[in-house]
Design a protein around this ligand. Structure first.
Ligand SMILES: [Zn+2]
Length: 117
């Protein structure tokens, strides 16, 4: 059993939450420059980490709000919880965030190209 601290409601049983996958993944802009290859990368390629991972969670049986979690996938230890609009503040979280392969991925670049318009 996993206890997760919702930033608004406090600690709750994991049965109240919905796992939203890896955190900080931006959907690429569906412009003309978005190829099938770039969209497939966004849709299907996930970080399969053994260790620390930034994740999205929703407190679906509570406040229904989304937030991010830095969790160790081996021990289930939660090192940080922060709002969905923020980036991690802890040293470990910053390292994972900055080192994520998606910062250089095709879909990320497609997303950035869409933002520049
Ligand atoms: Zn909540």
């Amino acid at each position: 059993m996993l206890f997760i601290e919702c930033p608004w409601c406090g600690y709750r049983d994991d049965a109240e939450f919905h796992y939203g996958g890896e955190g900080h993944i931006s959907r690429p802009d569906a412009s003309k420059e978005l190829t099938d290859e770039k969209f497939a990368e966004y849709l299907f390629l996930k970080t399969n980490t053994k260790g620390l991972l930034l994740e999205r969670w929703c407190h679906r049986s509570g406040c229904r709000r989304w937030f991010n979690v830095l969790r160790n996938t081996i021990t289930n230890e939660i090192l940080e919880v922060y709002p969905i609009t923020d980036t991690p503040k802890s040293k470990e979280g910053k390292k994972i965030y900055e080192g994520n392969w998606r910062r250089k991925s095709l879909s990320r670049r497609a997303s950035k190209a869409g933002e520049a318009k």
